[in-house]
Ligand binder design. Structure first.
Ligand code: ZN
Ligand code: ZN
Length: 226
């Protein structure tokens, strides 16, 4: 275990970028994780950065705080990279509200909610009509775009992702400080890691997730529940 103030060796590069407020560098890191540059992942980078700064958080990826995202779009990948709160380390909570917003909360309940400003979204749509129509066609509807369209979309999205970094924070977001109650983490030894064997497929399954069928433990897929 490391002490407070020391950097997480696995996230040293990212924490250094956060410390000096290098949003461009964080945008690069997010591109590696997310698979492309785009406006919303850049907004996520920025929201994650603001949250850490405002809550005075230096150690990331150590479960000292959680991020509650309200969407599973590109925005949330920026949040994961910058805050280190991920699906796998259980510091990322997903509320399927369909809103581009995140609440970052320290264990003591001090929290900040950062939501995309609808006026800002309108201005972006007006400014980049081509990007949104291409995005709608190629990404949302999964239609096959021409090579030229793909190239154009990538170029516009990259451009937008850069531009996002310079937008004033209060123009891009609605920011609200709040206090929330966090659910306790389950202690590490408890059901989380206790598995049983499914009597049908033979794979290990968490006891908390096993079902009983004909008096025997089975996993959810084998239980026919789905
Ligand atoms: Zn994206
Ligand atoms: Zn099974």
């Amino acid at each position: 275990m490391k002490g407070r103030g020391e950097k997480n060796p696995f996230r040293k590069n990212i924490e250094e970028l956060i410390e000096i407020g290098d949003l461009k560098g964080l945008r690069e890191k997010t591109g590696e994780f997310h698979g492309h540059f785009c406006a919303y992942s850049a907004c996520g980078v920025k929201a994650g950065y603001i949250a850490l700064r405002e809550l005075g958080i230096k150690n990331t990826g150590m479960k000292e705080f959680v991020a509650i995202v309200e969407t599973d779009n590109c925005f949330s990948d920026g949040i994961q990279v910058v805050t280190g709160c991920t699906f796998g380390n259980r510091a990322l909570i997903f509320k399927d509200y369909g809103k581009t917003a995140v609440t970052v909360a320290r264990r003591d309940g001090v929290a900040i909610r950062i939501a995309i400003n609808p006026d800002f979204v309108d201005s972006l749509t007006e400014k980049y009509p081509e990007a949104w129509s291409l995005f709608g066609k190629i990404v949302a509807l999964r239609e096959k775009g021409t090579e030229e369209e793909m190239r154009k979309l990538t170029q516009l999205f990259t451009e937008m992702s850069f531009e996002m970094l310079d937008v004033p924070e209060d123009e891009m977001f609605r920011i609200e400080r709040k206090t929330i109650r966090l659910p306790e983490y389950a202690p590490a030894s408890h059901p989380v890691f206790t598995s049983t064997k499914c009597s049908v497929c033979g794979e290990n399954v968490l006891e908390t997730h096993a079902r009983v069928k004909g008096g025997k433990a089975v996993c959810i897929p084998c239980s026919g529940e789905e």
